[in-house]
Design a binder for this molecule. Structure first.
Ligand code: ADP
Ligand code: MG
Length: 737
């Protein structure tokens, strides 16, 4: 990943401020300038051991004590080069020896200079025993001068910051680097205006960072962090406010025609829209009727009926004399959307054909791997405007596809699209007008999380799903129990015998390729522990193994993954839909949207390798028709392990909303909407969308107010710089493309 060299704020480079060792330590966390370092907060704080009198300390105990230096002597070590420095200290009643084993003369000098006889010091360390003299001593204590005042006592007992560490980096290096930075705290760039800080009762930035890095009490540290949390929320909201303000200055085609296609479509819908669909659909239609571009997030669980709503909006675009595009994350899904939509539209999609409806339009599929002849006709239809609806993949964004008049873009599955992909679409409209953009996601997120992460979108939420879906029951299967594993395949075999179909999903294609890492598990200190799991299974090998399992004898097994040629993929999907395959082993190419109503079992192998949203999408693939679905989340993690508990929680969550909450509680908003999420969401540093819900609301009000009066931030250069830095950090894609 390209790393930024210079901050937009013109913040001081750390190489000019710190020792080489310190700036390297910071650089290993991507921290390269003063402003970033001052916001690189401790992971936690430790308080020193309580102050003790020397007569009460015992061996093995960690203690702090206030003492004065009685005598210091040095002797050479017998077996090693260097010397031992011993300082006898006293608290007025009892003596204790502090011992330092020092290989180099300059180290001896350094300690001697800090331990003159009579000096008051506060010393921290673990009490040990000198085996020669059979006395208590502290080897290599930490100590510092002590001032005998109330403040001095508070200072001696202050909490110490604990920074994240990497291999070969000492905590002391991180602390000394940060403390050097604090000397320049007055030069930091503060994006939050002083009035806002005052109104919200927050400390000015220089004080805030001093309290974060060198607090006297934990309360002080919290007050300092409150500034950083607010600042992060404020900068994000300012980005969203600017985007919305920019949208308000941008013209867009107003899609207002209540025309023939939409009416004809509504009349032939084989079902009644639910109340939620009608309400959300009306809201969407109001938004695309404005002459500024809408950016909306249409969220609802798998099968909640989003596609129908989006299709009605697309028809409105066509009725208004423009075009609509629908983008899917993969070709398989684009093809499926094309089938579904032409199916739903019937003769309304057969424009220019003899059996077409008089008001019909054309629905065109445009994918990267299309043959040239068909492709030329498609492109012609897109350019001429004959195709009212164009369905494709990301390729539609990057290729030089010219639309006659693109007015609405619907993106299926938001987590595959970065914020900036979305922005880039803006340039695809005709006559300098931006198309409206609607992003559909089946991984709904709660309100404040949405504000914090996609606050530039209008969020439209479908809460209920239309009935008749049989639903899915989920189970975790631990392979450490062969009985369970046998039962899982037996169950799959039973469904196949009853004429239904089974999906088996693997984390990778081949087992001799690089393994897919399982996510690290956090221990009780919040440290990432590397997982200890067998390598993930591959599609190819799994298909071979399953062919030999007695539970699946006679099953017709197919494989599907991204390395197959497009025709092969299509052939496999067709055979599956026609019922000529009983069991499909695949990668997550089938993750989203694939509709095989006859499929009733979903088995995800090595399920811990998949994100929450992926697993939810996957299990939504079954139980779509009249038969109840079963999802097995199969894992080789041990029962009761962190991975296992996580999978159990997913299995127990009823719908996408429950899962989103679960995911939030478990991880914070770090990577809220799935592992593939790119953009601003992934880089939340201090903000916790549950804990900080109120802060997010406040920061939003304040940031929108600032942008309303100063949209280009001419009077707020520090905010402008912070925004530029944030965007550069958030979307490395922008630099790559
Ligand atoms: P989503 O895109 O949210 O996953 P779809 O729009 O694809 O959901 O709808 C899922 C299925 O439910 C489709 O087969 C669709 O035709 C059907 N459906 C949509 N709305 C309704 C409704 N109001 N009543 C009955 N079936 C519906
Ligand atoms: Mg759908």
């Amino acid at each position: 990943m390209a790393r930024r060299q210079e901050s937009a704020r013109g913040s001081m480079p750390l190489t000019e401020l710190l020792s080489t060792k310190e700036s390297r330590a910071m650089a290993s966390f991507g921290v390269r300038d003063l402003d970033t370092m001052m916001r690189f907060a401790p992971r936690r704080y430790v308080s020193p051991a309580p102050l003790r009198d020397l007569h009460e300390v015992t061996e093995g105990e960690e203690v702090s004590a206030i003492v004065s230096v009685v005598s210091v002597r040095e002797r050479t070590m017998r077996n090693r080069p260097g010397s031992v420095l011993e300082a006898v200290v006293s608290d007025g009643v009892e003596d204790l020896t502090l011992a330092f084993f020092l290989p180099k003369p300059h180290m001896v000098q350094w300690h001697r200079s800090r331990l003159p006889v009579g000096a008051h010091i506060v010393v921290h360390g673990t009490v040990g025993r000198n085996t020669y003299r059979d006395e208590l001593q502290i080897a290599h204590p930490v100590y510092e001068p002590f001032e005998d005042t109330d403040d001095g006592r508070l200072f001696a007992q202050r909490p110490r910051p604990v920074y994240p560490l990497r291999r070969n980096i000492a905590q002391s290096t991180m602390r000394s680097a940060t403390e050097k930075g604090l000397e320049f705290a007055e030069h930091l760039s503060c994006p939050v205006p002083a009035e806002v800080l005052a109104a919200r009762g927050l400390l000015p930035l220089p004080q805030a960072v001093r309290r974060v890095h060198t607090p006297l009490t934990l309360e002080e540290a919290r007050a300092g962090m409150a500034h950083l949390v607010f600042e992060e929320a404020f900068v994000l909201q300012a980005i969203f406010a600017q985007r919305r303000a920019q949208d308000e200055r941008t013209p867009a085609p107003a899609l207002r025609a209540d025309g023939p296609l939409q009416g004809a479509f509504d009349a032939r819908l084989p079902f009644e829209l639910t109340a939620g669909q009608r309400e959300i659909g009306d809201q969407l239609i109001r938004r695309i009727g404005r002459d500024h571009p809408t950016s909306a997030l249409l969220q609802g669980d798998v099968g909640s009926g989003k596609t129908v709503i989006a299709l009605r909006a697309m028809l409105r675009a066509v009725d208004s004399g423009h075009q609509a595009a629908l983008l899917a994350p993969t070709e398989v899904l684009a093809e499926q959307h094309h089938r579904t939509i032409t199916g739903l539209l019937g003769d309304l999609a057969r424009g220019g054909q003899l059996d077409g409806h008089p008001d019909a339009t054309r629905v065109r599929l445009l994918t990267g791997s299309q043959r040239t002849a068909g492709r030329r006709q498609t492109l012609l239809d897109v350019t001429s405007g004959e195709a009212g609806i164009v369905i494709g993949t990301h390729a539609l964004l990057t290729e030089s596809v010219e639309f006659a008049s693109l007015a609405l873009v619907v993106i299926d599955e938001q987590h595959r699209f970065g914020v900036d992909h979305r922005r880039r679409l803006r340039t695809k409209g005709a006559l300098g007008r931006s198309p409206h953009v609607v992003v559909m996601t089946a991984t709904p997120i709660p309100r404040t999380a949405a504000l914090a992460t996609v606050g530039d979108l209008d969020v439209l939420t479908l809460r209920e799903s239309p009935g008749r879906r049989a639903g899915v029951a989920s189970f975790v299967v631990h392979e450490e129990s062969p009985r369970w594993e046998h039962r899982m395949w037996e169950r799959a075999g039973e469904e196949i015998a009853a004429g239904r179909q089974v999906f088996v999903v693997c984390a990778r294609i081949d087992e001799d390729a690089e393994d897919v890492p399982a996510p690290a598990v956090l221990d009780e200190h919040g440290q990432a522990q590397p997982p200890t799991l067998a390598p993930a299974r591959g599609v190819t090998e799994t298909a071979q193994r399953l062919a030999e399992r007695p539970e699946l004898a006679g099953a017709r097994i197919g494989v599907l993954h991204s390395r197959l040629a497009t025709e092969e993929k299509q052939d496999v999907m067709d055979r599956l839909v026609r019922g000529e395959l009983d069991l499909l082993v695949s990668t997550t190419v089938i993750e989203v949207g694939v509709d095989v109503p006859n499929a009733s079992v979903m088995i995800v192998l090595d399920a811990e390798r998949f994100g929450v949203s992926q697993l939810h999408q996957l299990r939504g693939r079954v139980g779509r028709g009249e038969h109840a679905g079963i999802a097995f989340l199969d894992t080789r993690a041990k029962g009761g392990s962190e991975h296992s508990r996580h999978l159990q929680a997913i299995a127990g969550a009823a719908d996408g909303f429950a899962l989103a909450e679960l995911d939030l509680e478990r991880r914070g908003a770090g990577d809220l909407v799935g592992e593939e999420q790119s953009g601003l969401q992934r880089t939340l540093k201090h903000l916790d969308v549950i804990r900080d819900a109120a802060v997010i609301e406040q920061a939003r009000q304040d940031a929108f107010a600032v942008i309303a009066t100063d949209p280009d931030l001419a009077a707020h250069p520090a905010l402008g710089g912070a925004i530029a830095d944030r965007l550069r950090d958030a979307d490395p894609d922008v630099e790559r493309s």
